[in-house]
Design a protein around this ligand. Structure first.
Ligand code: SAM
Ligand code: DTB
Ligand code: SF4
Length: 331
């Protein structure tokens, strides 16, 4: 597979993204005829990302299960009977081994998740050691460990962490239908600490949890109005897991999922928009539609995300090759 050198940052200034978006404007995009929306998303996409490239991140679960939170979608919440047994934090050596394999397969960013409500100070030395190993491999690093205090964010930055992922998950209005053990504002506070510490922000949400189109619009308004503009936006399709409260959630129309990607692209032109959870169940054609709508990042290189499935490397490589999309490399 051929690769291309591109900058990890978008190639245009961010003036458009400084615009403040309203619910009405976002809803108007969602209500466009599908071809008009895709045309608009592709137009914006090409201005900010003139080359057809895909950013490849590999995701590893470094602390499985046993989480005290009640996120209704999550198989790692201890309170749901999902058959997942809690494990300890992975060793630095095991993580390095996985990161080496990810680099070998062509990923430029190594993302690690922990089933924690929040980071505990006692775990910072182990986490910092992991970050240093990733950086020593020349990869970008990203962590998602739950809530952070100001000093914890500074410690992660000090260790060399590039990105912190912390999702708002849905709109402020729908949020308490999904999570009761921490607030929407708790999430915004962690994101502020991440920004203040000088790290890049990875923040997105989930589609298909029973939310209305207006909730999708409001989630994107919240994300697009963050200042400075966020660099990375994961759009997850709910992966329904038996034992969780959302296990029986009916599937949404795939075109509505694509619409969410397209609106995210238009409202956050500078960001890498990641087609995240749920990709394994999508056809190649549906994924291609998501890429045309503006998704230009995927989780790649492992057949599991945190606990659910992800496409195998060969399938992704073949798909990118068929579409003529080049794998991004670190500039
Ligand atoms: N425990 C940390 C936290 O919640 O901030 C980090 C890991 S958590 C699993 C990261 C994100 O994964 C969640 O915010 C959610 O957006 C996404 N996620 C979790 N389970 C999911 C599912 N079943 N389907 C889609 N996305 C999911
Ligand atoms: C994100 O927005 N999606 C990833 C990552 N950030 C950590 C996680 C998806 C998890 C899907 C469910 C699972 O595999 O357990
Ligand atoms: Fe815990 Fe994160 Fe899962 Fe919520 S999403 S239950 S905080 S691991």
């Amino acid at each position: 597979m051929s690769t291309v050198m591109t900058h990890c940052q978008p190639q245009k200034t961010k003036s458009t993204s400084e615009k403040t978006w309203t619910t009405e404007q976002a809803l108007a995009l969602f209500e466009l005829p599908f071809p008009d929306l895709i045309y608009q998303a592709q137009t914006v996409h090409r201005q900010f990302f003139p080359e057809s490239t895909m950013q490849l991140s590999t995701l590893l679960n470094i602390k499985l299960g046993g989480c005290p939170e009640d996120c209704h979608y999550c198989p790692q919440a201890a309170r749901y009977d999902t058959g997942i047994k809690a494990e300890k934090l992975m060793s630095v050596d095991s993580v390095r081994c996985q990161a080496e394999a990810a680099k070998e397969a062509g990923a430029t960013r190594f993302c690690m998740g922990a089933a924690w409500r929040e980071l505990k100070d006692r775990d910072i030395p182990a986490i910092a050691a992991i970050v240093k190993e990733i950086k020593a491999l020349g990869m970008e690093s990203c962590l998602t460990l739950g809530m952070l205090t100001e000093s914890q964010a500074a410690a992660l930055r000090e260790a060399g962490l590039d990105y912190y992922n912390h999702n708002i998950d849905t709109s402020r209005e729908f949020y308490d239908k999904i999570i009761s053990t921490r607030t929407f504002d708790d999430r915004l506070q962690t994101l502020q600490h991440v920004r203040d510490a000088g790290m890049k922000v990875c923040c997105g949400g989930i589609v298909g949890m029973g939310e209305a189109v207006k909730d999708r619009a409001n989630m994107l308004v919240e994300l697009a109005n963050m200042s400075p503009a966020i660099e990375s936006v994961p759009i997850n399709h709910l992966a329904p897991v038996e034992g969780t409260p959302l296990a029986e959630m009916p599937a949404i129309d795939p075109f509505d999922f694509v619409r969410t990607i397209a609106v995210a692209r238009i409202m956050m032109p500078q960001a890498r928009v990641r087609l995240s959870a749920g990709r394994v169940k999508m056809s190649d054609e549906l994924q291609a539609l998501c890429f045309i709508a503006g998704a230009n990042s995927i989780f790649y290189g492992r057949e599991v995300l945190l606990t659910t499935g992800n496409p195998e490397i060969q399938r992704d490589q073949a798909l990118l090759k068929r579409l003529g999309i080049q794998m991004e490399t670190i500039s």
